[in-house]
Design a protein around this ligand. Structure first.
Ligand code: BGC
Length: 716
């Protein structure tokens, strides 16, 4: 930061502090407490015909007399959940890109679209750790590794805040079961909490994220929204967080006591704050200081953002889903698809070829969950539309879906590639809202049902499509980790007839493929790829784009290899073992390891060097060469193996990564750095971080598979 910029910031901070001081002595208790909750949400929702995101939701702050603006909230993470915004691939897809620069640019695009639609608070940064692939909202986060989550989330938050929007990082913390989210008590040891579930939140807060959304669930017996250990001891005292904590939407806090525990705002309405909080202060149960502190934090964020220099003079509506943002959505879809199998270089297709497309999802505008993260894009390119546009309608025909298996298989005809689109929709995985509460979660639209019925090849078959996609019209956690039985039957019927079957999977996290993977020639995991997903898919099949996504999670061979998961559990114990750490520590063979992804070219890694600098931080250097015939991108991953003599830790931990683009035959020396503190473990006895001295292995490669890594050692 330049010294001129620094001094501008200092004088802004001084001005805002003076304003806060004056406001605190001027405002009544009622006015202050009114700042500490959202207002008018349910009335607005009804007024807007229950259209989610029809307006910014008032989520704290706001006092006309003091000229204090309010937080105008909109969700993310796959775009701005308001108006007809750009629909990016879901966060999990972007996690697969391992591209923090892209994530920052997406954040900035969302920031523009938020401002253009009168919002100044974004709920787009979701970094709950993916402990188990059945989690219904897995698509909203980036993956199973804490370091990776922290880097991706920090990039998004920084981008979001470019245009004076406050980013909120959610859901703090340990929210990774959907159906029981309002009541589950997640029990963890201090070590598990500090080593696995919190470092990514700290990383994002250290990067300047201004607000935090508390989680619904309990942590060790207390709701997160009123958990003093989490909201005050850790967040504020240990980490020095100066920003605002607000609750998740409805049922995020249960007593006025939450304010004392560290919650500044109850959203979206004053149920336990409001009058009850005023009474608690008047009755002497809660100190007025608690209220002043919360209001000071709220005013600080709001006035700072309002008065900071604005990067633009105005934010016209034409910024929303503008051409540049659509291109960004396309770039994200291109970079996030993960090629998992490509027998005999099935892909790319060498020239224009005949393709038969199958599967209901080929014709559905499937951008993922329909809960709070839903984005209503102006258009969505389906896989079929994208392929027909790229290869020509005469070369690509839709043969049918799993609902009409025999007809579909019969319709394949004489083609070079059989492409089956399989996976899930919001019915099998997504946000789950029980009972009568409706926050915008919707059943499939009439258009979507029509498209599905058409895919089924029969106007009367809407009902037939139901068994695969209406397990619940309201998402929730998955009940199965494999594909629906009808889709597997379709894959098997096709692979029995044709050698060149490519399966394209749309899903928010890992899908088990062992039932059929040996028969399919190719497998591409595209997640929910956003409004330009179908176009990116076609470009990858054609070879215009070289796939470069890498798995941000482990794909198991069998469900039992993942940790225990119960979507209705009242109590869940989380231990140290999930993801690639569990697979490696317990010698379980994954089907596809964390970090894995194929390319149309090959990369050679050599000349690995690691050294420590004067501060004890580690610098890693490795030479990467593209040894194939086409340009491509590799994701350089650095894993550290601690000595593991004092406590048992993951055998290797991802501590740095970088996406590198290389032309054919190009070589680049890649430098990565690792902070020494990031290698500490949590020592339960004193309750603090500790470094284990000894020999560390530094391993580098294109996935977490130990057999593919090159390594060197370092005495630390
Ligand atoms: C979700 C949050 C979301 C909030 C507001 C809640 O149901 O858990 O992620 O930000 O609604 O839409």
């Amino acid at each position: 930061m330049s010294s001129q910029h620094q001094s501008q910031n200092n004088s802004l901070a001084a001005r805002v502090e003076a304003q806060i001081e004056a406001a605190l002595s001027d405002a009544s208790l009622e006015e202050k407490v009114a700042m500490m909750s959202g207002h008018g949400f349910f009335a607005a929702f009804v007024e807007d015909d229950r259209v989610w995101g029809a307006r910014p939701y008032r989520a704290g702050g706001g006092c006309e007399r003091l000229e204090l603006p309010f937080f105008g909230f909109s969700d993310g993470p796959r775009g701005v959940a308001r108006g007809e915004s750009t629909c990016f691939p879901v966060a999990m897809a972007r996690g697969a890109s391992f591209d923090t620069d892209l994530e920052y640019r997406i954040g900035e695009a969302m920031s523009l679209e938020l401002r253009a639609q009168d919002c100044n608070l974004s709920g787009a940064v979701c970094v709950n750790l993916l402990r188990h692939p059945a989690w219904g909202r897995a698509q909203e986060t980036y993956g199973e590794d804490s370091h990776h989550l922290g880097e991706m989330g920090a990039a998004l938050a920084a981008g979001l805040q470019v245009h004076n929007v406050a980013a909120t990082v959610k859901h703090f913390a340990l929210n990774s079961i959907e159906n029981s989210r309002f009541y589950v008590d997640v029990r963890v040891s201090q070590r598990v909490l500090h080593e696995l579930y919190l470092p990514h939140f700290k990383r994002i807060i250290d990067a300047g994220c201004q607000t935090v959304m508390s989680a619904y669930n309990k942590l060790n017996g207390e709701y997160c929204g009123q958990n003093r250990e989490l909201l005050t001891d850790i967040l504020r005292k240990d980490w020095g967080f100066k920003g605002v904590v607000h609750s998740d939407w409805i049922m995020g806090v249960y007593q006025p006591y939450g304010a004392e525990a560290g919650l500044d705002i109850e959203n979206p309405e004053p149920v336990h704050f409001g009058q009850k909080l005023v009474d608690a202060v008047n009755d002497g149960h809660i100190s007025p200081r608690v209220i002043d502190q919360a209001c000071a934090r709220i005013m600080r964020v709001l006035w700072t953002n309002q008065q900071a220099e604005d990067p633009r003079d105005h934010y016209p509506l034409s910024l929303v889903a503008c051409e540049a943002h659509r291109q960004l959505a396309l770039e994200a879809a291109q970079k996030s698809a993960v090629l998992l199998k490509n027998t005999h270089t099935l892909l790319p297709l060498q020239a224009i070829r005949k393709i038969a497309v199958l599967g209901q999802l080929a014709v559905v505008k499937n951008t993922g969950d329909k809960g709070s993260s839903r984005v209503r894009a102006p258009y969505v390119v389906t896989p079929l539309a994208g392929l027909q546009e790229r290869f020509g309608e005469s070369n690509v025909h839709f043969a049918g879906s799993e609902s009409n298996l025999d007809t579909a298989v019969h319709n394949i005809g004489d083609v070079d590639l059989v492409l089956i689109v399989a996976g899930y929709t919001a019915d099998e995985e997504g946000e789950y809202i029980p009972g009568d509460i409706n926050l915008g979660q919707e059943a499939p639209s009439a258009d979507e049902l029509d498209a599905r019925a058409e895919a089924a090849g029969d106007a009367d078959t809407q009902e037939d499509t139901k068994p695969q996609h209406t397990q619940s019209a309201r998402g929730g956690d998955r009940i199965d980790l494999g594909l629906p039985a009808a889709q597997i039957a379709l894959i098997k019927a096709c692979t029995a007839r044709h050698n060149n079957v490519l399966v394209v999977i749309q899903a928010g996290s890992a899908v088990l493929v062992d039932d059929w993977i040996d028969d399919a020639a190719g497998l591409l995991h595209v997640f929910y790829a956003g409004m330009e997903g179908g176009k990116a898919l076609a470009q990858i099949i054609a070879g215009d784009v070289n796939p470069s996504g890498h798995l941000p999670f482990t794909v198991a061979r069998k469900a039992e290899d993942y940790p225990f998961f119960d979507r209705e559990a009242a109590v869940m114990e989380y231990d140290l073992w999930h993801g690639y750490g569990k697979f490696q520590a317990q010698n379980l063979q994954p089907r596809f390891p964390f970090g894995f992804g194929l390319s149309y070219t090959q990369f050679e890694y050599r000349a690995l060097k690691a050294r420590t600098d004067s501060r004890g931080d580690i610098t890693v250097q490795v030479s990467v060469r593209n040894t194939g015939q086409v340009a491509g991108a590799s994701v350089v991953q650095v894993y550290i193996s601690p000595p593991n003599a004092v406590v048992k830790r993951w055998p290797r931990l991802l501590k740095a990564f970088q996406r590198v683009e290389l032309a054919a035959n190009e070589q680049q020396t890649v430098h990565l750095s690792i902070r020494r503190e990031s290698l500490d473990y949590w020592d339960e006895k004193p309750g603090s971080w500790r470094f284990e001295a000894g020999r560390y292995a530094i391993e580098v490669g294109q996935s977490s598979d130990p057999d593919t890594l090159i390594s060197c050692e370092l005495e630390l």
